[in-house]
Design a protein around this ligand. Sequence first.
Ligand code: GLV
Ligand code: MN
Ligand code: MN
Length: 428
Amino acid sequence: MNPTDLQAAELAQDHVNGERLLEAISSLASFGGRDDGGVSRQTLTEVDLASRRYLIDQARSMGCEVGIDECANLFFRRPGLDNDLPPVLTGSHADTQPVGGTLDGAYGVIAGLEVIAALNDAGIQTLRPIEVVAWTNEEGSRFGPGTMGSSAFVEPARLAEYRGSRDGDGISFGEALDSALAAVSDVPRLAMARPMASYVELHIEQGPILEAENVPLGVVDGIQSVRWYRVECQGTMAHAGTTPMDRRNDAMATAHRVAQRLYEFAAAEAATQVRLTLGRWLVEPNSVNTIPGRVEFTIDVRCVDEAVLDRFEAMLNETINTQVASPATVTATCFFRRASTKFPEHMQRLVEKACTRAATLAGRKLPITLTSGAFHDAMYLVDHCPTSMIFVPSIDGVSHNASEATAPDDLVLGAQALAYTVAALASS
Ligand code: GLV
Ligand code: MN
Ligand code: MN
């Protein structure tokens, strides 16, 4: 970094306003806010659309230009001195799980806007434009797979398939997307896959590592591999009271047998830190006194070691092909897979510098490097431009839960580290 880049980075970091940041997090959390303190704002629902309008108004009041692309990813742009240069991009997602917290995703978007406010307050003009993005459907809970917005931005051909994905009520992602775009017809349309100079995403860790180390900031070196499957078990509906046990084709009994094998695999592979979740179950007809005729469940399996996921997939196929007795039928379809992500070394070093300065000035422990257990939009941006991530601790390591929280001081330090990183990148 030359002296002017360094000065811009330090000034930006020092102008982050903690109170404004925390207030803005609370304001966004009111869209879909729950009585238990959590947030329910699944992608492209009414509350999500309302929160998007709120973010647009906020960004415009800060002097940003607002744009949207074909996947409804929202971009808030602070012009630079040379607006022909590709921008530095930061942000995250504003959608949540069915029961989520106030920070997963929202923190990165709000902190991005705080960086712009800090630059405005410091009177800094950066060479490159800076854009804050709110990616569409990172969570994947309403429409699978996750990270739709960022992956379609990077490779727009993916969007055609995504449009056909349906939620539990049969609404397609394409229909929801068209309504979302119609609701912001005042916002200019931007091209997908536009060149970006770099991408930095600030996020809560959502796991226990930083808290255990008592460290406020983490440099993320990459993201573990993830695969999602849909398992469909077909049986025959029949009367629960009259059908003898040996004359049943019970889809739940079959699903249970398959699930048991999956959990046995996870237990046997515990040393690899594999993570297995069977998170969504659909039972038909879901009646107390009818034998289930059809059961569908999802598998989320993750590991830093891709070979473990290959073994898992082989075991899943083997179970279906050899362990399921006729007349039951089972199919497993993979609908999301992403190999592990590695962030470039030079981006990690810049983030480390930013985190080190913020932590040192606050009298806190120096940053450590860790690998993300959760996936993030940065997982796809890394295919598009130099990318990095910053983590702050999660209290009790909890996320995808209404009680998800981070100490306010840590949230402010994260935004400071982000401001330094973004200002440095935008100055050169
Ligand atoms: C993101 O929400 C994930 O499931 O990792
Ligand atoms: Mn997230
Ligand atoms: Mn999440």
